[in-house]
Design a protein around this ligand. Structure first.
Ligand SMILES: NC(=O)c1ccc[n+]([C@@H]2O[C@H](COP(=O)([O-])OP(=O)(O)OC[C@H]3O[C@@H](n4cnc5c(N)ncnc54)[C@H](OP(=O)(O)O)[C@@H]3O)[C@@H](O)[C@H]2O)c1
Length: 300
């Protein structure tokens, strides 16, 4: 029998971490997905101990400090998890000669571009979270030549807290939702992200010359937060779930501690070219998640 292929996934209790564990993997792949309590990205010793647990063939860093607004006041915590952690992972994986796949964010951009961002566009994070994630990207790219940084955005899923679940919760409580309509981006399914990470990771394990560097993965199409909320409400109403009307407001009407990019649309052309990954429309993701949450509610 062939030797098992061990893959380490950080952030095992996160949206993407959980989806990585529920999508199917080829026979022989053994996923290890420690939670923050078991592998703390802010604690180098804990990362080293987790990495020593098996002869890992690859690491997917899906864990991160993701509290965008709180990060403005918790700079050290954000940088410990999002920059120091990836630095240690890059060292360990390079020393072991194995690939590292780092998940990153659209918030590395300042949003001033009017077109979708491509990978080589200049970065310019507007807040601490984006800056800490950018530091992580640089650490990974400099620390391990066999690495991919996969930026994604506006993550939605059935697990944990995310915009879609917040909208459904609020729709059950009030008739009108006031939602920012002047930030443009690409809603993306956590499950679709996991599927893309799987393709990249398996190829990198199998092929030492697999493409490396920065890639963008988001679902196809674009909208605003208000546009996304409108779509969620329509799908939920169809499914007999909670629904409310959506009123578009401006960013200025909804001040937050961290600034967000007005445009964080990402082009996925490079990922399609190098890895053959063709994202489905974001509306399909919304429909799937709403249907799944509705079925869960009906069964409860
Ligand atoms: N969510 C988005 O909209 C979004 C957008 C763009 C990019 N991303 C990126 O996508 C990746 C996955 O994010 P997600 O959406 O799955 O976020 P998530 O649901 O917040 O999951 C993040 C996971 O990381 C864990 N974590 C936090 N601090 C940690 C630490 N010091 N050590 C180890 N684990 C730690 C969290 O632990 P707990 O379970 O204890 O909370 C959580 O399980 C991240 O790299 C994120 O930056 C996310």
């Amino acid at each position: 029998m062939a030797e098992p292929i061990h893959i380490l996934v950080t952030g095992g209790a996160g949206q993407v971490g959980l989806e990585l564990q529920s999508i199917g993997w080829p026979e022989g792949v053994v996923l290890h997905a420690p939670t923050r309590a078991e592998l703390d990205l802010g604690d180098a010793a804990s990362i080293r101990a987790a990495f020593a647990a098996a002869p890992f063939a690859a690491v997917i860093n899906a864990g991160a400090y993701t509290a965008v607004d709180r990060a403005e006041g918790e700079v050290a915590m954000a940088f410990a998890a999002n920059a120091m952690g990836p630095t240690v992972l890059a060292d360990l994986t390079r020393a072991a000669g194995v690939p590292l796949v780092q998940v990153s964010t659209d918030y590395v951009f300042d949003g001033s571009k009017t077109e979708p961002y491509v990978e080589e566009d200049p970065v310019g994070p507007l807040g601490v979270y984006g800056a800490s994630k950018l530091a992580g990207e640089l650490a990974v790219l400099a620390g391990n030549p066999r690495s991919v940084v996969m930026r994604t955005a506006w993550v939605l899923g059935v697990h944990r807290a995310n915009f879609l679940k917040t909208m459904l919760r609020l729709a059950a409580e009030r008739p009108v939702l006031r939602v920012v309509g002047d930030q443009h981006g690409c809603p993306t399914g956590a499950r679709d992200i996991a599927a893309a990470l799987k393709v990249i990771t398996l190829r990198m394990i199998a092929d030492a010359d697999a493409p490396t560097g920065v890639y963008h993965f988001v679902n196809a199409g674009e909208t605003t937060w208000a546009g996304l909320a409108t779509e969620i409400m329509a799908r939920s109403a169809e499914a007999g779930g909670p629904s409310a009307s959506v009123e578009a407001i401006t960013t200025a009407d909804y001040p937050t501690p961290a600034k967000r990019p007005a445009n964080s649309r990402l082009s996925t052309a490079r990922l399609t070219r190098d890895y053959g990954i063709a994202p489905r429309p974001w509306q399909d993701v919304v429909a799937e998640i709403v249907a799944e949450l509705n079925a869960e509610r009906a069964a409860a």
